[in-house]
Design a protein around this ligand. Structure first.
Ligand code: AP5
Length: 217
């Protein structure tokens, strides 16, 4: 299956991607995680991406698209993948279609996580991410057993630089102006499925898996 997850910052894409990808045994490809890895390791890509990420702006398409093209060509993505955070605007969606066509592939389904803005702000302000495995936690909604330590791998949890209130607000504006047009784009293609992404994490996962079930071959 070739899945794209779409939804505003804090909708729970990373959280759900973790469970969906492992349930379907496909790789999760998160452009945000790849950028953060490169920023942490001070690579050329990380240096280019950092100033945009810190402001809550999109990293320029030419940088992002090249990175995704390379990742999709890796052998583990041949039998399917779950894209989290890409595409992020209409030009990226067009390019993705072309990249997949070159590989003789097409998207199976786009899953939209629907959450209102107040909930998104609550979620982002309490988010903590594992430095080692990128698993996402929340200080109130999904706390790890030991504060600051990932239950899955024992890695250190940290708060993202772009989870400051003013940056969160800007990311929401960017989502509304640049990313939300993807909803109509994929609805027109007949591959959009939306689910209510509020409520406990495991209930959202169950809704997501049941929405994806008709597409599992
Ligand atoms: P990215 O990392 O993709 O960030 P985002 O889209 O803003 O999404 P988030 O990671 O903030 O939220 P999420 O939906 O994954 O929510 P999560 O599961 O963590 O991108 C970061 C930056 O990288 C961008 O701003 C841009 O600069 C750059 N970038 C990335 N992709 C790009 C692209 N394609 N083009 C250009 N630039 C790009 O959940 C949030 C919190 O809520 C967590 O604490 C979680 O525990 C909690 N939570 C989750 N579900 C629930 C629930 N059901 N109930 C209660 N709490 C919950």
């Amino acid at each position: 299956m070739r899945i794209v997850l779409v939804g505003p910052p804090g909708a729970g894409k990373g959280t759900q991607a973790h469970f969906i990808a492992s349930h379907l045994a496909i790789p999760r490809i998160s452009t945000g995680d790849i950028f953060r890895y490169n920023v942490a390791n001070n690579t050329d890509l990380g240096v280019k991406a950092k100033e945009y990420m810190d402001r809550g702006d999109l990293v320029p398409d030419e940088v992002t698209v090249a990175m995704v093209r390379d990742r999709l060509a890796e052998s583990d993505a041949k039998a399917g993948f779950l894209l989290d955070g890409f595409p992020r605007n209409l030009p990226q969606a067009d390019t993705l279609k072309k990249i997949l066509a070159e590989l003789d592939q097409r998207l199976t389904v786009v899953l939209e996580l629907v959450v209102d803005e107040d909930e998104v702000v609550r979620r982002l302000s309490g988010r903590r991410t594992c430095r080692r495995c990128q698993r996402v936690w929340h200080v109130l909604y999904e706390p790890p057993t030991v504060a600051g330590v990932c239950d899955d791998c024992g890695g250190e949890l940290f708060q993202r630089d772009d989870d400051k209130e003013e940056v969160i607000r800007h990311r929401l504006e960017v989502y509304s102006s640049q990313t939300s047009p993807l909803i109509a784009f994929y609805a027109d293609e007949g591959i959009l499925v939306g689910i209510d992404a509020t409520g406990p994490v495991e209930e959202v996962t169950a809704r997501a898996l049941s929405a994806l079930q008709p597409y599992v071959h």
